[in-house]
Design a protein around this ligand. Sequence first.
Ligand code: HEC
Length: 153
Amino acid sequence: MTLSRGMITTFLGILLIGVIIGCSGERSRADDKKKRKPRPKTEKKVEKEETNDQEEERTVPPEQLAKAKELISNAENLDDIDAKKLFKLNCSVCHGIKGNLMVNGAKDLTASKIGLEESVAQVYFGKGLMTPFKGILKDDEIVAVSKYVETMR
Ligand code: HEC
């Protein structure tokens, strides 16, 4: 009697331990699922932000476009400017020598479809993570380097 009682207690003990381990295993798996779920959400958010950026890009503020037009029509002696060198010095940090590096969210310039006015506006005023080059490069240099960018496509 005492032996079998002892055996039953041991058996129950093992069973209890098994149940506890089983439960905690499920719990941690449930925790894993909870942890995994938010990930796709943040990815979706990033996608949304990107599409927002692309929408914004199509609408360059009219006053910036007007300034760009002015810069282009006032530009002189563009042939005397070494635009390739200017690009290497000022732009390749983010865009790469060939324009397709895309560091810090920089756009792939070889795939760019924007017009010269928009490019000039973007270089002059900057956008997002791209620094404005107003005052850093001369107005003529901004036009020249924007024209050079078009040759990368
Ligand atoms: C600090 C990093 C950085 C530097 C330096 C930089 N860019 Fe950019 N460039 C960006 C980023 C980021 C974008 C995307 C901006 C956005 O749309 O939010 C961009 C976008 C552009 C675009 C628009 C492309 C398109 O299709 O929308 C042009 C044109 C451009 N850059 C030209 C230049 C030129 C020319 C220079 C040098 C005078 C230059 N960039 C220097 C980061 C940079």
